[in-house]
Write a protein that binds this ligand. Structure first.
Ligand SMILES: [Zn+2]
Length: 688
């Protein structure tokens, strides 16, 4: 035993030495495992790999440091009681730290993908060899460290400890942001498109929401043109985002749902247009449904898979270890933190820094308001009390979403809690958007960049007895979206009330860039909003269409009951319990088309169309409508179809001709879903 370890004080030094060895060794093991497991990691561009590694090191190091400290303290207590063990101090440390190392290392080996069958002879041999490697690393490096420490005088020891702590601190501070900002040299304007998944327009404070959920977006909206009545083409992620980047309705771009469709190459995306004009194009996407297999990366020079980096938290052994420990205490100590937007923002800032001397088009798709409603610390208690923060069976996703989506009667307390957590997510996302906008300003790019902000759809949050999630209905809670355009020189500002669709985003951007002549194969559905913004023209604006994301149908008997004076099936939990949800994303194309709720919006009128499967009807369907004056009744409470027969007739004709035109002759690429795609969809609750 080294002489200097004879004092109890110096036992701490042994703990520090073994903790440092563990942190370094286990980080190396983890990174090697990610390389071996391949998958997403091997596909990442080099800069994203470095960023991912920085997150791995960050996620591993502090839990290992914490556990190292606990082991050291435990041994100190043991040594005080059992003096005879004092002579074995190094071996005791070695033994306990090695056990920790072997558990982590074996766990990583199991998940490396090298052994499909872990109870095989090969697995045991490799595990044994790696155990010997770990022993050699721990033993030899600790011996070397003690030798150095023994030969140095006390002040040098402090010096060495200082250096070690400084190195660890540097690792913690390692932000993974690369690329030096240079002065902006690009000519003309850049475009930054910001979309937030599942962001309800009426939960933003600039829209009059009672909570201050969006300080940065409030300021941003005042600097631009804000659309009071903007709608997504559908309440479902992929079809809506496809509309945003192609300017087409789902029946024309062909992406019908999140599960089995990819965006066909025949679509011209906004990124392809910008690339053609010599721009560098980048996307940073946080929704796992946007994996490259979905082909939304068409035209992007850089496609940042932020969901991969934020999803790492479920794969980093240090965090897994802490989560397992926390479960012993009812998950009250630690859960995987939310805060995905942090990574998207980091990656977006890196893209902008790297390309700020070029002309760029950059799309950032955030996801924090999406289920689960789990804002990071500080934001979780912003609008509600923290002690009820852990309610995973209601606010998390996966198997629970389907159970609660439509069927659980909302109690007021639960709904209030759910909304408060959702609002915390919105606030957090707003802060991260603020960080991105500030970075843009620091690079002197704000005055050269057109910034467009919107979302892909809203969220039900128990409105209209739709409990959690989105996609089933077409009430405003699901399809109304924020839309703000900030012009580089603030030449246009104000609020516009005309109903508009997110298919108009691309033509508006292209019009601003002066590229009105762009030819899209098969044409587009969107129109430029610039004449509306510049001259207040409204005569050319097409009617706005939207549809639900998932085909489904009510029990037709409920509509019979309603006709006899019963309640509206769309407005009761009881009725929704009777819903036929067998037809989800796996429905046939015919049902994908026919069994969707649809809405058309013209001026202040909104007509909702509800198809119902009915075997007693000759066509197998019956049709139900609701008509609302959304300028006076945004919450859609008073159905006016009986008192407004002419409006009803006019808009019904629009729905009928839309249904007739939606023949399904335009197909997207139906892809064979890979296991990793399925997992991404399951994680978001889109499939079971
Ligand atoms: Zn979405």
């Amino acid at each position: 035993m080294p002489k200097f370890l004879t004092s109890v004080k110096n036992h701490l030094l042994a703990g520090v030495v073994f903790t440092v060895i563990s942190i370094v060794y286990l980080n190396v093991v983890t990174v090697v495992k990610f390389y071996l497991a391949g998958g997403d990691f091997s596909r990442l561009p080099a800069t994203d790999k470095v960023y991912a590694i920085s997150q791995i090191v960050k996620g591993n190091s502090w839990p290992f440091a914490l556990v190292g400290l606990l082991i050291t303290l435990f041994l100190l207590i043991v040594f005080r009681r059992f003096h005879s063990l004092r002579s074995k101090v190094v071996y005791c440390h070695l033994g306990l730290f090695l056990i920790l190392g072997l558990i982590i290392q074996t766990h990583q080996l199991v998940h490396s993908g090298l052994f499909p069958e872990t109870k095989s002879f090969g697995f045991y041999v490799v595990a044994l060899i790696l155990a010997l490697v770990a022993f050699a690393v721990y033993y030899l490096s600790s011996k070397a460290a003690f030798l150095i420490l023994e030969k140095t005088n006390p002040s040098s020891k402090l010096y060495l400890i200082g250096i070690t702590i400084a190195v660890i601190a540097l690792i913690f501070l390692f932000k993974g942001q690369f690329g030096q900002a240079t002065t902006s040299g690009g000519e003309g304007y850049n475009v930054l498109l910001l979309t937030v998944d599942t962001l309800r327009k009426d939960h933003l404070s600039y829209d009059g929401y009672f909570r201050p959920t969006s300080p940065y977006l409030d300021k941003f909206s005042q600097e631009g043109v804000s659309f009071e009545n903007a709608y997504s083409t559908t309440s479902h992620t992929l079809p809506s985002l496809a509309s945003i980047i192609t300017a087409k309705y789902p029946m024309h771009h062909g992406v019908r749902n999140n599960a089995a469709y990819a965006l066909a190459d025949t679509n011209l995306t906004i990124a392809e247009v910008f690339r053609k004009h010599g721009f560098i194009t980048g996307a940073i996407v946080e929704n796992g449904a946007l994996r490259p297999s979905r082909n939304f990366n068409q035209g992007f020079d850089y496609y940042g898979e932020a969901y991969y980096v934020s999803g790492l938290k479920y794969d980093i052994p240090g965090l897994i270890m802490l989560n397992k420990i926390s479960k012993l205490f009812g998950e009250r100590l630690f859960i995987y933190p939310g805060g995905e937007a942090y990574h998207s923002t980091n990656m977006a800032i890196r893209f902008l820094k790297k390309n700020n001397d070029k002309k760029f088009f950059c799309w950032v798709h955030y996801i924090d308001p999406h289920l689960p409603y789990a804002p990071p610390r500080g934001y979780d208690s912003k609008f509600s009390r923290r002690e009820k923060r852990f309610a995973p069976d209601i606010f998390s996703i996966g198997k629970h979403l389907r159970k609660y989506e439509l069927n659980l009667p909302p109690t007021e307390g639960v709904v209030e809690k759910m909304r408060a957590l959702y609002d915390g997510d919105v606030l957090y996302n707003d802060h991260q958007i603020g960080r991105l906008l500030e970075a843009l300003e620091d690079m002197n790019l704000t005055s050269k960049t057109l910034i467009v902000f919107s979302s892909d759809h809203g969220e039900s949050l128990a409105d209209h007895y739709y409990y959690v999630g989105h996609g089933r209905l077409v009430y405003n809670a699901n399809i109304a979206v924020p839309l703000v355009i900030r012009f580089p020189d603030l030449r246009h500002k104000g609020i516009i009330n005309e109903p508009v669709s997110n298919v108009n985003i691309v033509p508006t951007i292209l019009d601003f860039m002066g590229w009105n002549q762009e030819v899209f194969p098969g044409g587009i559905d969107g129109v430029s909003l610039m004449p509306l913004i510049r001259e207040g023209r409204r005569d050319y604006l097409p009617l706005v269409r939207s549809q639900s994301g998932v085909p489904w149908s009510f029990d037709p008997k409920l509509f019979d009951e309603m006709e006899r004076g019963g309640v509206n099936p769309l407005r009761t939990v009881k009725a929704k319990l009777a819903v036929d949800t067998r037809y989800g994303m796996e429905a046939s194309l015919r049902e994908q088309i026919e069994l969707r709720l649809r809405a058309v919006i013209k001026d202040n009128w909104k007509l909702i169309y509800v198809p119902v499967k009915d075997s007693t009807s000759p066509t197998g369907r019956r049709h139900y409508y609701e008509l609302y004056d959304i300028s006076n009744d945004w919450g859609e409470r008073y159905d006016l179809k009986a008192s407004e027969p002419e409006i009803l007739r006019e808009l019904k004709t629009e729905i009928e001709s839309w249904c007739a035109a939606d023949t399904g002759t335009i197909f997207a690429d139906i892809i064979e879903i890979k296991q990793e795609d399925l997992e991404a969809l399951k994680a978001l609750g889109y499939i079971q």
